[in-house]
Design a protein around this ligand. Structure first.
Ligand code: NAD
Length: 495
């Protein structure tokens, strides 16, 4: 791997941010933040525990109760959020570099995708602050019924490591726009950009105590947040395993609203009458290898109509060398490092299971760039996969594509829906009836037709079945962070 010297960044500040102040964990504990690029320790990060979570929730509660944020005139709250978005863009180089060092994704995507999407999300919800109106119900004229949206109060946010800034923005932006206070717990595997986001929110004018960040491990910092009696809502993105625990913790404590965006094993169905096979191949390969395959909505189950499978795979294999892992700090790299040694070992274990269960590796299948000390895996394609195999059922969350075949539309839908997940799906066909029929029959929160990469902040994102409860993005996200209140006013008409 071509070495790249680390640019001279000021040292990272790994302290938590509570009530507007950077603070160490109360018991002084820290953990090493290790770069998956080459295994070096970037900094030490506060290992927060229950006492720190309690302090952050208390600060968030105080900020909510005195209405320093929710009581701010909407136009001012809007301007503050837009300034926050602008500051993210002004710090795009620093944030992108931090993200790459922290979790291994190529710096060009960290900058062009992660920083920009996070900033766009915060700007979009900021702009909505003074544009979304409440309602008056069509009641008899003897009374007036106002239907208003009110902030739920203190929102706990727990996010994963794959798109740290975007996952955080999808939750904190609608939560802040609707006047809540937030306590964010980033993943222990990628905590650095969340802390910088909170610094920049403060700089933009978000009042102290409104946006707090507690860093640390899931059971030590995440659980106390999900169990907290003074947290009104917990918004979680992560694995289905932990997501289930989040709903239990909400029920065990104060019945806080629990929203979960969880795992996926998304099917991508290519019919023989696909309008553009090259585009279908590029999307199938590009989408599973983007972000090293660490995307919840990655189309990891590829269903190709049996008659075109050989032609499809020949084209797919021709594209694989372009995704060879390389140093993510280099500007042209498209496949970087997996987030850590644990994730790399997990992906390699799935590859071994796929081989042992009889699937055939036709590309990759091995660790890469071992000499760097980083966490790299070759882009991998398995042919001959059948529905019962582990690699067809479980989320691998790495650059591994499982290829299956089908005979007709009914067979494709049956196989595609045979999953505990229901996050996204793809359909490729020139037949409008087939496209529409299959899209309707697929049990998924989003279905892509003749593409797999459309995305916009204006559309909801989330899953059916064990892919979670609730939707991020779009105006629908306000449902998660607001209570609906009815106010009846008696009208004694003077005329
Ligand atoms: P994870 O569930 O291990 O961790 C997610 C977060 O939960 C982390 O911050 C972690 O510290 C915290 N956590 C862990 N145990 C906890 C506990 N007992 N109590 C409270 N918090 C706890 O998931 P991950 O490995 O960070 O992320 C990968 C997963 O996220 C994949 O399954 C992926 O599909 C999913 N994901 C889903 C979406 C979506 O929108 N549906 C988006 C991105 C990632």
């Amino acid at each position: 791997m071509k070495p790249v010297s680390y640019p001279s960044l000021a040292s990272f500040d790994g302290r938590a941010l509570i009530n507007g102040q950077r603070v160490a964990a109360q018991d002084g504990q820290v953990f090493d933040c290790i770069s998956p690029v080459d295994g070096r320790v970037l900094t030490q990060v506060a290992r927060c525990g229950e006492a720190d979570v309690n302090a952050a929730v208390a600060a968030a509660r105080a900020a909510f109760e005195d209405r320093r944020w929710s009581g701010m005139p909407p136009a001012q709250r809007k301007r503050t959020m837009i300034r926050f978005a602008d500051l993210l863009l002004e710090h795009a180089d620093e944030l992108a570099l931090t993200e790459t060092l922290d979790m291994g994704k190529p710096v060009k995507y960290a900058r062009a995708v992660d920083v920009h999407s996070a900033a766009n999300c915060i700007r979009w919800y900021g702009e909505a602050v003074d544009k979304v109106y409440d309602e008056i119900a069509p009641t008899p004229s003897t009374a007036l019924a106002l239907i208003t949206r009110e902030p739920v109060g203190v929102v706990g946010v727990i996010v994963p490591w794959n798109y740290p800034m975007i996952m955080a923005a999808w939750k904190i932006a609608p939560a802040l726009a609707s006047g809540n206070s937030v306590v964010l717990k980033p993943s222990e595997k990628s905590p650095l950009t969340a802390l910088r986001m909170a610094d920049l929110a403060l700089e933009a004018g978000v009042p102290e105590g409104v946006f707090n960040v507690v860093t640390g491990m899931g059971p030590e910092a995440g659980s106390p947040l999900a169990l907290h009696m003074d947290v009104d809502c917990i918004a979680f993105t992560g694995s289905t395993r932990v997501g289930k625990q989040i709903h239990v913790m909400a029920g065990q404590s104060n019945l806080k609203r629990a929203w979960t965006e969880l795992g996926g094993k998304s099917p991508n169905i290519v019919f023989a009458d696909c309008p553009n096979l090259d585009r279908a191949v590029e999307a199938a390969v590009g989408s599973i290898f983007f972000n090293q395959g660490e995307s919840c909505n990655a189309p990891s189950r590829l269903y190709v109509e049996a008659t075109i499978k050989d032609r499809f795979l020949e084209k797919a294999l021709a594209l694989v060398p372009a995704y060879a892992p390389a140093n993510p700090l280099l500007p042209d790299t498209v496949m970087g490092a997996l987030v850590d040694q644990i994730q790399m070992a997990s992906v390699l274990r799935y590859i071994d299971i796929g081989k042992a269960e009889g699937a055939k590796v036709i590309a990759g299948g091995e660790q890469a760039l071992r000499e760097t000390g980083g966490c790299y895996v070759q882009p991998t394609i398995f042919d001959g996969v059948t529905g019962g195999m582990t690699i067809a059922r479980e989320e691998i969350f790495g650059p591994v594509l499982s290829v299956l075949t089908f005979t007709d539309a009914a067979d494709a839908v049956r196989q595609a829906n045979a999953s505990v997940y229901g996050l996204q799906a793809g359909v490729w066909t020139s037949d409008l009836n087939k496209a529409h029929g299959v899209a309707r029959a697929l049990r998924a929160g989003t279905v892509h037709v003749n593409q797999y990469d459309e995305d916009d902040i204006t559309v909801p994102f989330g899953g059916f079945k064990q892919s979670g409860v609730g939707r991020d993005k779009s105006l629908h996200a306000f449902d998660k962070y607001t209570e609906t209140k009815t106010t009846w006013i008696r009208i004694d008409s003077p005329v």
